[in-house]
Design a protein around this ligand. Sequence first.
Ligand SMILES: [Zn+2]
Length: 323
Amino acid sequence: MTGVIYHELFGKHLEGYQHVESPGRYAAVMERLRNCGVTEHLSFVEAQPARPEWIEAVHDHDFVNGILSMEVDSSVVLDWGDTVATKFTQQAAILSAGAGVQAAEKVLNGELDSVFCAVRPPGHHAERDRAMGFCIFNNIAIAAAWLLGEGGLGRVAIVDWDIHHGNGTERIFIEDDRLLYISLHQYPHYPGTGHENTTGIGKGDGFTLNIPVGVGSGDAMYLNKFDNVVVPALDKFEPEFILISAGFDGHSDDPLSGGLLTSGVFGEMTRRLMDVADRHCGGKIVSLMEGGYNLDALADSIEVHVTTLAVGGSINTDSGRKE
Ligand SMILES: [Zn+2]
């Protein structure tokens, strides 16, 4: 059974504030997942808040304290004007961080086979000591740190296919040889990091794999990188758990980037990661929503992704509608 972690407050963050990372994203995704062809194969689970120690495993205490203690009357700008908090943001951020750990725990103990977390705010740009790029807490890094700590694992892989480089995730684990971070991203592009020469530091050298792609990269380029770089790297690492930073802003209809992906390729990439997970870790996969800003493209792509997680992609969707 595949889980979908949700919470009403994921649709309240930035409510009433004009922003591309809008509450409508959550509404579109949940509407689709509750009415898609595989709903009977999905288990909908309400998110639980993260414990402070989970968050502080990857973020500085003062930063976390600052976020949690700030007074938000209407809105507060956290970073360069593009990361904003409104009335329910603090609760949504704690729940987004909690969702990843909750998902990881349920898959680790066999309660669920895989989980998609429909979280907002997203996380992969958030650094140890600051919010950035619409992200407040680094949800996927928190889940990975939990797996490597309380979860007792020794090797966790994060595959980040959001069109933007996950600078925060990379930085948090740059010296860690227990975490393989693999990112495919448009380059050069926001946030400016993700050069292929960045491979890790110290004993973490070789455990960061950046795969920059040019503007206009489509399905064929991505699948080529998956088959020739991503999958072989994962097979070599032999992960005990795979986490996906699932951003869908590489879609051809997305307003923020120059990717030319179809919704169908998200199923193809998911299938490949499921095969790797089957080979090395009993299929253990947890996916967390990152970007994706065209509501129809986001819902289409997530339907394909979650359908693939749930039933291996055998139910036909509108994948490939934009060849
Ligand atoms: Zn993105």
